[in-house]
Write a protein that binds this ligand. Structure first.
Ligand SMILES: Nc1nc2c(c(=O)[nH]1)N[C@H]1C(S)=C(S)[C@@H](COP(=O)(O)O)O[C@H]1N2
Ligand SMILES: [Mo]
Length: 521
């Protein structure tokens, strides 16, 4: 290798290892401090909170529910580049590399300080991270300074090479290997230890309370049981997940509290035991996300177990003039729900169970809201710990501050689930089928159209309730050629989905879903 190239490679590696050790030590300190103190997570959360609405839309559109992984991966790439740059700068123009590292750590501190869950000791992990990165960088790059006692370039053997550095190749490689392995191993071990003792284990042991008000049984014919149609009840493993939590909150039932304050007759704080002493109800309710595109899959239907939100509000006593429930999650996210949607008799629930299990961590363990008829961002607060009774003209929730709607009733939607897009089908009878939803109004009809032909009524599956989606099927006598099939639904109020395509922001997409099929002659 040419001496100058090797110098750069060494400097780059020094930067990588220095920043790697720094990131690892920051994460280690965070594990001891609080799960919210992780500098990596804090920076990621900072980026999410400060990205404009169109960026969120782009991320969900491009990466779907993998948007978090995409962000995490992008951050790793940026950190790697910065680390290499810092190493080279430190070797060529000290202390510029150190300056990069310090700025980087300062950004970590800024992210920590601006977290909604901020506590002073959150500054510790990014500070330690910066300190360790800086120390290791200076140490490795000092070793890489040209020696004063010999020629910089000479024809030495590989093991004793001192090209461009005061350390032999072997010493340099050894130091780097030890540092890298030690930091990676310590993080992995600490993670494992934190995991086995914590909330994941608690959830596995948890037992759901007896149900006083059961969900209606699912009548035959609710699930059309045709291949390729989304099942009526969505399993916990396949239920869509949308939230801003890069790190799933781990909140123990022991630590859970719901503080209810604001425009109330008396402030109260509920504990887990208080909740457990209330009669439990179970309901099947379809949840959907405002970010869902036409034909998208950000909707799911589950059997929720929980407690009526209205009864809990009554305990605190809502003062007149209040019209909004501002719910806050343990990670600071907020939703603003019209109080009317909680008190008008619909099944607004404080849920603790999902399909017969305690809530999965990523769906809000231990307690979340489920309110029929409203998009998740104005109603379905997960990991909920605080209720402020207030007014829409006084408070704004997380997404509303970022350009999304204020009140967001769910728009009627319908989707073709089968056959698969662009699939080839033999001519003759083709079963087209899908699902439609218009929560809390109900689906009255679904129509299907082939190419520019007339709209034809599809056969609706049995309706479970106005709060759940409804499957439909349509028998098509398909003729050879390429055909586009559209569908549209009409809600129980008689309103048919409009043709006009509107993007999800600010209050939900509109437009007819379509699929193209090739029918063989
Ligand atoms: N704490 C918290 N709760 C949240 C969110 C969030 O970002 N943080 N996202 C909401 C949105 S936009 C939707 S659509 C639903 C999705 O619930 P799910 O992930 O259980 O499907 O959760 C809602 N509750
Ligand atoms: Mo959402």
């Amino acid at each position: 290798m040419r001496a100058s190239t090797e110098k750069y490679v060494r400097a780059g590696i020094s930067g990588l290892v220095a920043v790697g050790c720094g990131v690892a030590s920051g994460e280690l300190v965070a594990l001891a401090v609080s799960p919210f103190a992780s500098p990596y997570q804090a920076v990621a959360a900072f980026l999410v909170d400060h990205s404009p609405a169109f960026a969120r839309e782009f991320a969900i559109h491009t990466f779907g529910t993998n948007d978090k992984q995409a962000l995490m991966f992008g951050m790793v790439a940026v950190i790697v580049v910065l680390a290499v740059v810092a190493g080279i700068l430190q070797a060529r123009r000290p202390p510029l590399g150190l300056v990069v590292v310090v700025l980087f750590a300062a950004f970590g501190v800024l992210a920590a300080v601006t977290r909604p869950t901020f506590e002073p000791f959150y500054i510790l992990p990014p500070a330690v991270s910066g300190l360790v990165s800086g120390l290791v960088l200076v140490l490795l790059c000092r070793g890489a300074q040209p020696r004063s006692d010999g020629p910089v370039e000479s024809g030495e053997g590989p093991a004793r090479s001192s090209v461009g550095g005061g350390w032999s190749r072997r010493q340099f490689a050894g130091a780097i290997g030890v540092l890298a392995v030690a930091s990676a191993a310590s993080v992995l071990v600490a993670r494992q230890v934190a995991r086995t003792g914590g909330v994941i284990a608690e959830r596995m042991r948890a037992v759901l309370p007896k149900v006083s008000s059961a969900a209606a049984p699912i009548p035959a014919g609710t699930d059309v049981a045709v291949d390729g149609v989304t099942p009526f009840v969505t399993g916990n493993g396949t239920f869509y997940r949308i939230d801003t939590a890069l790190q799933v909150p781990q909140l123990s039932t022991r630590d859970w509290r719901l503080r209810i304050h604001g425009m109330v007759d008396r402030e109260i704080t509920l504990s887990w035991d208080d909740l457990m002493s209330m009669p439990a109800m179970e309901r099947i309710i379809t949840l959907s996300c405002v970010s869902n595109e036409v034909g998208g899959d950000l909707a799911g239907n589950a059997r929720w177990l929980g407690f009526p939100m209205r009864d809990i509000l009554d305990r605190a006593g809502v003062r007149s003039g209040a019209d909004m429930l501002l719910s806050t999650s343990i990670d600071g996210w907020t939703s603003g729900t019209p109080l009317q949607a909680i008190t008008d008799g619909r099944d607004a629930m404080l849920a603790i169970g999902m399909n017969g299990e305690p809530l999965p961590l990523e769906h809000g363990y231990p307690v979340r809201q489920v309110i029929p008829g409203l998009y998740g961002f104005v109603s379905a607060c997960k990991w909920v710990v605080d209720w402020e009774i207030t007014r829409f003209d006084r408070a704004q929730a997380y997404w509303t501050k970022r350009g999304w709607g204020v009140r967001a009733p769910i728009k009627t939607a319908s989707r073709i689930d089968r056959p698969a897009p662009l699939s080839r089908q033999p001519a003759g009878r083709v079963v087209v089928a899908g699902t439609a939803w218009a929560q809390h109004r109900g689906v009255r009809g679904v129509e299907v159209r082939v190419d520019d032909g007339p709209w034809q009524p599809a056969t609706l599956a049995t309706e479970y309730s106005v709060d759940t989606w409804r499957q439909w099927t349509w028998d098509w006598d398909a003729t050879p050629g390429q055909h586009t099939v559209h569908c549209r639904a009409t809600d129980a109020a008689g309103r048919t989905q409009p043709e006009q395509r509107v993007a999800p922001i600010p209050d939900g997409a509109t437009g007819w879903h379509s699929r193209v099929f090739r029918i063989e002659g």
